[in-house]
Design a protein around this ligand. Structure first.
Ligand SMILES: Cc1cc2nc3c(=O)[nH]c(=O)nc-3n(C[C@H](O)[C@H](O)[C@H](O)COP(=O)(O)OP(=O)(O)OC[C@H]3O[C@@H](n4cnc5c(N)ncnc54)[C@H](O)[C@@H]3O)c2cc1C
Length: 378
């Protein structure tokens, strides 16, 4: 075979592509291997805010915009504040991450940023077909979601879709020590939706109206609901919008991993690295990359053992319940947050619990729909 242009080609310089590149760059095992990152956009905007929980010191702490040790869970009947220790909930602005990654990788000499869009990866010739050129490599890491994944066959699918506004107020309205994980006081029909509030100071917060639904909403709905929350719940009359973000995150048990081969590994959302039942992927990406790097160094297929079948089933059952009975969201999350310690919930979502801990959480959520979904997904 002709010597390929690159050892690895990473398609997509977003969260997964850049985390992977940084991890490779930090490991002497890969020193001297030429790696291309093919990305069509410049990544010069703060296009998203990533939040995640972790215990103690983490590898992204130098990029963290802010963090909290307490959270609130609120409904019309309940207002509870939860202490997160030993966890903290950390916020990172994507632009800080993109710039940091670019600086680190540009300085290493092994990484090549290419502005192009890949339409196809031919695994026989091991070539990524771009609009400007073609790129050969020994292995491809690909963040493009499969074209057909929303036509889902047996998979369940809901969307986590939202709009968030960074607002600044004249007076002090927010408690910067505590963020609101879910506030169910503003409703949209009988769907699962809530407001998420991330205060960065006493006068500034990201206020996000979020749905977990099988349908998408009209753009005007998010604006209307955020306004309703700010004026009737927070009772803020005067505020300035400084930034906004929108997102549609697929929450699905679609078998993304089936596209992995000895020459190609799907990464990020395209690889099924978004936790299907929560929509979080920042920390998941870190963990999957650790496993993937270990596999490569052991001479195994990069995608080996990236998923736990047991947790995939739990996620699939929960998704099916929310897809079939979207009206249950508020009551299910209320049970989750009132009958379990937040630390146990984080541990469960991190897939670090044992069977008895998992049973306790699942029993706390019980509704007959779970039985129907269980027999469908098992
Ligand atoms: C607004 C928003 C907020 C979010 N907040 C959180 C959060 O708080 N916590 C959390 O854990 N998760 C969050 N997520 C979910 C998830 O972490 C992000 O979507 C994350 O960016 C997914 O990483 P990724 O690498 O798969 O996708 P991306 O970061 O989107 O990267 C994919 C890259 O591939 C590039 N690309 C696409 N097509 C091609 C092509 N044909 N050729 C070459 N390149 C291509 C894109 O331009 C993009 O840069 C959020 C998502 C959004 C949208």
């Amino acid at each position: 075979m002709i010597t390929p242009d690159y050892y690895y080609v990473i398609v997509g310089g977003g969260l997964a592509g850049l985390q992977l590149a940084l991890r490779i760059q930090s490991d002497i095992f890969f020193k001297g291997k030429k790696i291309a990152i093919i990305e069509p956009s410049k990544k010069t905007n703060n296009d998203r805010t990533w939040c995640f929980w972790e215990e103690g010191v983490g590898q992204w702490d130098h990029l963290i915009a802010t963090q909290w040790n307490k959270t609130k869970f609120i409904t019309s009947e309940l207002d509870q504040e939860l202490d997160l220790a030993p966890y903290s909930y950390k916020m990172l602005k994507s632009l800080d991450f993109y710039q940091y990654a670019k600086d680190m990788l540009d300085n290493s000499g092994d990484f090549f940023f290419i502005k192009d869009k890949v339409s196809k990866i031919d695994q026989v010739t091991r070539t990524a077909i771009g609009e400007k050129a073609n790129y050969t490599a020994t292995h491809f890491f690909d963040s493009r979601p499969p074209a057909d994944f929303e036509k889902i066959g047996n998979s369940s699918m809901i969307y986590q879709h939202f709009k968030g506004l960074y607002i600044q107020t004249e007076n002090e309205h927010f408690d910067p020590e505590s963020f609101t994980m879910m506030d169910y006081r503003v409703k949209y029909n009988k769907s699962t939706c809530f407001t998420y509030v991330l205060p960065v100071s006493s006068k500034e917060a990201l206020v996000e109206f979020t749905f977990f639904t099988p349908f998408l909403a009209d753009k005007s709905v998010y604006d209307e609901k955020i306004r309703e929350y700010i004026t009737s719940v927070l009772k803020i009359e005067k505020y300035k919008i400084t930034e906004s973000e929108t997102g549609i995150i697929p929450m699905t048990d679609y078998p993304f991993h089936k596209a992995n081969t000895p020459y190609l590994t799907k990464i990020g959302t395209a690889g099924g690295w978004v936790k299907a039942s929560s929509g979080y992927s920042f920390k998941n990406t870190e963990k999957k990359i650790d496993q993937l790097i270990e596999n490569i160094k052991c001479g195994l297929r990069p995608s080996k053992n990236l998923f736990s079948t047991k947790f995939q089933r739990y996620d699939a059952i929960f998704l099916d319940v929310l897809e079939k009975r979207n009206d249950l969201g508020e009551s299910l999350f209320t049970k989750l947050y009132t009958k379990n310690k937040i630390q146990d919930i984080f541990k469960f979502l991190d897939e670090e619990t044992n069977l008895s801990e998992e049973l306790k959480i699942m029993l706390s959520l019980y509704h007959p729909q779970f039985l129907k979904s269980f027999f469908k997904k098992i």
